[in-house]
Design a binder for this molecule. Sequence first.
Ligand code: GTP
Ligand code: MG
Length: 385
Amino acid sequence: MKRLKILLLGTGESGKSTITKQMKIIHINGYSFAERLEKIKDIIRNVRESLLSMVGAMHHLNIPLEDEESRPSADFILDQAARQDTETSEEFWMHCERLWADGGVQKCYDRSHEYQLIDCAKYFLDKIKEIKSPNYAPSDQDILRCRAITTSIQHIEFDVPDAGQSVKFSVYDVGGQQGERKKWIQVFDNVVAILYLGDTSCFDQTLREDTAKSRLIESLEIFEQVWNNRFLRPVSILLFLNKIDILAEKIAKGRSIKDLLAQHPGVFPDYDSCPVSSNERLEFLDAFPGGSEQTAKRRSRSSSRTDINPEVVKTAVYIKNLFTRIVRGELSINKTIQPHPKEWHQNHSCEYFYTCAVDTNNVKKVLEGCRTLIIRKHLERFGII
Ligand SMILES: Nc1nc2c(ncn2[C@@H]2O[C@H](COP(=O)(O)OP(=O)(O)OP(=O)(O)O)[C@@H](O)[C@H]2O)c(=O)[nH]1
Ligand SMILES: [Mg+2]
């Protein structure tokens, strides 16, 4: 069988590159010591960028520093705004630690949906002690969390044993921000499947590149374009409903998708009256990370996890239903698109998976399911089965 070409699509920060990192960890040989050390630069940039965003946002949101002694640290970080290099000093780390410990900065962190903050801010700021050590080598988890924007098309290849033979995959990772999407069409030919990344946690955020636009609505619109794109008519989509861990954190903080829905009356189905079937509930709970192997074994499929707020499940299932309504032609977000009739779509399908792209166990399971589907669809398409 020839190499199967897979395309990762989705809006900016939806998790595409994180999935390719997982493929390298799961299917290639992971990260060498030298490659790990290379990532330290990006991690330092992430720390600096996170603090800069928060200090900037405190000004706009009128949140004062709690401790006036943090002022020189805020000034120090603001002075770094134009720096691209990753030189660090004891002084730099001291200011970072002091700022992150300030109650005002913490308040600002809690309001991060009101400005643009990278997802890994807290993850790295909580481990400055480790990062600043001269012996620091990033772990797999650090690499998965580290954020670097994609601005050129990236490509990886790997082979996976399947039913006694070796299946060759070629995976393309593109940039998802608005300015990057014109490049997508370059990689549309001979695609076997698309992995579309949709961020389930972004319902209260706006786009980094256009702060007047909702991230969730943008993701639905781009999905609708991809599903109805004439070049992709025979290509099946595997929809990754990603960042379910961040979704749970947001719900715990009292955030709700209802605010977004209220801002767009008449566009979306009513949230409160959308039912969640027991099957939909179990699908989500099965995917949710956490709960040790042991408890997972003890837990029968019919019993439920009590550690997950029902509102998390309801929001995830509601968002899943928005995407599946687009697939069935029952919801149109992008008014410039003329949805095709059902027959037009008969040669492709859309399957969905709940994912946490930074969780290797979750991604491994999802990728196994995808592989089986991709190979079956490919063989069907060429009349082999
Ligand atoms: N906690 C958590 N973080 C995630 C998840 N998926 C992605 N991230 C983080 O989100 C950030 C953005 O992920 P990327 O993989 O760079 O997003 P992308 O889709 O490649 O973005 P572009 O290259 O701009 O198109 C990174 O810091 C990831 O670690 C997830 O499921 N949970
Ligand atoms: Mg990327």
